[in-house]
Design a protein around this ligand. Sequence first.
Ligand code: PRP
Ligand code: URA
Length: 212
Amino acid sequence: MKQYPNVFVFDHPLIKHKVSILRDKNTGMKEFRELIEEITTVMTYESMKDMELVPVEVETPLEKTVQYRVREESVAIVPILRAGLGMVNGVHRAFPTARVGHIGMYRNEETLEPCEYYCKLPEGIEEKTVFLLDPMLATGGSACDALSALKKRGVKRIKFMAIIAAPAGIERVATEHPDVAVYVSTLDRCLNEHGYILPGLGDAGDRLYGTK
Ligand code: PRP
Ligand code: URA
C-alpha cells in the first residue's frame, strides 16, 4: 500500500473468486474451512518471496547440480485463537515441518478490547521467521497485542497474514508495528458500530467451528 510500505494487499483473481464464496452467508462450515485454508496457501506463496534460500547439492538421474531450498526449521506458525487456527494448514502446505505456537485472544464484545488468555510458543522462536495468522483484522487490537506478545519474547521477524481487513486495523498495525510485514488478501470498506467488518464475512471463528 502506498502510505504503508510494509502492507501488501492482494489483487489476484483467484483470491477474489474464493473470498466472494467465503463471504456468502449460505456457504457452510466445511466449505468455509476449506476456503480459508486455500486462500492462506496462495497468500503464503506470495509472502515467501523474500525468504532466504540455502544452496544444496542434488544428484539428478543425470548429474550433480546445486539447487536452492528454504530452511523449513527457520519458520514458525502462530495462529491467534480461535479463528487463526483455520489458517494453519494453509501455511503447513508450504512448510510442513514448521512448529506451531498458539496465542489465545478474545475481544470483549462491549469495549472491543482484546484479552490474552493463552500463550505457548515453540522453543527458539526468537531466531525464526514467524507467520502470525488471523483471518480478521478489524480494529487491530488483537493483532497488535499478539505482535507485542511475540516481540516481548524476542521475536524479530514477523509476517502477519489476515484474509479480510478494515482500513482502521491496517492503520493501527502499520503505525504501531511498522517493522512487521502485513499481508492482507482483501481490504474492506469499514467497521460497523459493533466492530464488525463491512461487507466482511461475519464472525470467522463461529463460521469455522459452527458456534454462535
Ligand atoms: C476475532 C478475529 C480476531 C479479532 C479481530 O476474534 O478472529 O482475532 O476478532 O478483531 P480486532 O481487530 O478488533 O481485535 P474473536 O475475538 O471473535 O475471537 P474468536 O477467534 O475466538 O472467535
Ligand atoms: N471478528 C470477526 O470474526 N469478524 C469481524 O467482522 C470482526 C472481528
